[in-house]
Ligand binder design. Structure first.
Ligand code: FAD
Length: 519
């Protein structure tokens, strides 16, 4: 029996043209569609890009990489797999800014969504198109492959902009909508997934379906926050609003975590700022380039005394109509906050520069060869009721006191729950509080630091939460066992599984998430 099984397995492999790797024979023959074949790359250069991501911790070689020039190329690819007796896996790769192989397809096909961005044939390209009017509202129809930076640039030309953002804009629309897309605006407008009116999606059966809250709503809710499991987003209709010209950008420093969180919670509950976030400042850690050198030395000496500081970051938009009243408004909003006296810092910036703020840091890190390094990130949603325990157990006891090799930034800020729709696939803490906290431990392992040590610290943090009964949920979840996924989805697991059976019954899409192919 052993030899028969072995013979059958070996006969499924042969050497594909242009490659020195043995490929599943069945997979290659499933792809015998001339259009797709011409757009499929199995060269080392394509494979190298598609087998890695921003995290630089996982390496998985696909069978090949599809460079589609139209939506129909992707439909053809998915249909070839779905209609084959031996379906192969397919992963859309947005901009590859996942950190744990989520956009990879081991021995399957990676769809390089970016190649649709360079297609100049407008009839084939979903692109970015602004529509609507002031009474019914404005929106942009945007290809799933588009980068948010380009959505911003294009919509700003018409004085408009999306209302909900991520901190970094070189991410694709399809990639962030598969997660949630959060930033300091999420408390006021909901995450990016709450600001989508309609989508075109290619399901795991190769069906091209337009969906919204009213039409094919099951697919609509499944895909938003759905980790790429139900379909490939080729177009999303995004809510727009009038864009401000400029922003007042504030950072205030706290020694006391309970005062810091009380002020954050207050600021996301009132009409005042348009963006509220927060971060940790550790002793000896490089302070953000927001601060001048003299501010920085003042902050550093306070951090040395205190060990750890908390920096509340908030932004108020303004434009020509409000230019004369903005400072007064700002003073009113800041009145009564409990930050350290003398530790309020302010900047004026264009709306574009504020939204694109992480790009400067990226360019700097790239020049220092510290951008393309491993990123053992841990992103958590923490119940509001346990954030004080989380501060003591994680920020103070693990990160500050034992800090062996972690290097931030470490973000912490509350988000209003109200605008998160429970019908969507995204998972947030399962309590009744009006808010929950997001904690982003955005470690990088450049220089002498090794990522495994930092990742062990991440495991320690998760174990601490588990032992202390802090019911965190991972954002950009990463698990290797089915039972861990079931626990993650909690009361949403059955629906998630049923939707998979409905829209991707052969389990073709986004295998790198490791949900339905884990044991
Ligand atoms: P990829 O990594 O390419 O793909 C992610 C997943 O989505 C994969 O499973 C993939 O198969 C699937 N996918 C990709 N495109 C599509 C599509 N068109 N249709 C269906 N599925 C698709 N996130 C936040 O929420 N807020 C932040 O502030 C934030 N800041 C970040 C800053 C940096 C520097 C980085 C690297 C990441 C940040 N992220 C943030 C995380 C980011 O949102 C996710 O990693 C996102 O998945 C990256 O988008 P991408 O286009 O690179 O997706």
């Amino acid at each position: 029996v052993y030899f028969v099984v072995r013979f059958v397995i070996l006969s499924l492999f042969f050497i594909a043209p242009g490659s020195s790797r043995p490929w599943p024979n069945t997979l290659f023959s499933s792809l015998r569609n001339e259009t797709i074949e011409n757009k499929l790359c199995t060269d080392t250069s394509c494979m190298t890009i598609a087998s890695s991501d921003y995290g630089k911790m996982i390496l998985q070689l696909p069978f090949g990489v599809l460079y589609p020039s139209s939506v129909s190329d992707i439909i053809d690819l998915v249909k070839s797999s779905y209609n084959s007796s031996f379906p192969f896996t397919i992963a859309a790769r947005g901009n590859g800014h996942s950190v744990r192989g989520q956009a990879m397809a081991k021995d399957g096909v990676v769809v390089n969504m970016g190649s649709m961005r360079s297609n100049t044939d407008v009839s084939e390209n979903t692109g970015i198109k602004v529509s609507g009017n002031s009474s019914l509202g404005f929106y942009a129809d945007v290809g799933g492959e588009q980068l948010w930076i380009d959505v911003l640039r294009t919509t700003l030309e018409q004085g408009l902009a999306p209302v909900s953002w991520t901190d970094y804009l070189y991410l694709t629309v399809g990639g962030t909508l598969s997660n949630a897309g959060i930033s300091g605006q999420s408390s006021f407008h909901g995450p990016q997934i709450s600001n989508v009116l309609e989508m075109d999606v290619i399901t795991g059966k190769g069906d091209f379906i337009t969906c919204s809250k009213n039409t094919n709503s099951d697919l609509f809710y499944a895909v938003l926050g759905g980790l790429g499991q139900f379909g490939i987003i080729t177009r999303a209709r995004i809510v727009l609003d009038k864009a401000p010209n400029r922003v007042k950008w504030v950072r205030i420093i706290y020694k006391d975590f309970s005062k810091f969180t009380k002020d954050q919670e207050h600021l996301i509950s009132v009409d005042g700022f348009n963006y509220v976030e927060g971060s940790l400042i550790m002793k000896n850690s490089p302070v953000n380039d927001f601060f001048s050198p003299s501010d920085e030395s003042m902050i550093n000496s306070l951090a040395s005394e205190n060990g750890i500081l908390y920096s509340l970051e908030a932004v108020k938009y303004y434009d020509d109509q409000t230019i004369n009243t903005i400072d007064e408004e700002l003073q009113m909003i800041l009145k009564g906050l409990s930050y350290e006296s003398g530790f309020l810092f302010m900047k004026d910036a264009s709306f574009f520069d504020f939204l694109n703020r992480v790009r400067d840091a990226e360019l700097l890190l790239q020049s220092l060869a510290l951008w393309d390094v491993p990123h053992p990130w841990l992103n958590l949603f923490v119940p509001k009721s346990r954030i004080m325990d989380f501060n003591q157990g994680v920020f103070v006891d693990i990160i500050q006191n034992q800090s062996r090799s972690s290097s931030g930034p470490f973000l912490v800020y509350p988000i209003n729950r109200e605008k998160w729709d429970d019908k969507m696939s995204v998972v947030i803490p399962e309590d009744d509080d009006d808010m929950f906290y997001t904690v982003a431990l955005l470690n990088s392992a450049g220089g002498a630091k090794d990522w495994e040590t930092i990742d062990n610290q991440n495991t320690e943090i998760l174990q601490f939460c588990d032992k202390s009964g802090i019911m965190v949920k991972q954002y950009f979840p990463h698990y290797s066992k089915k039972k861990e996924w079931m626990k993650h989805f909690g009361n949403k697991w059955d629906v998630f599984k049923e939707r998979k059976a409905q829209f991707d019954p052969k389990m073709i899409l986004s295998p790198g998430q490791n949900i339905f192919n884990s044991e």
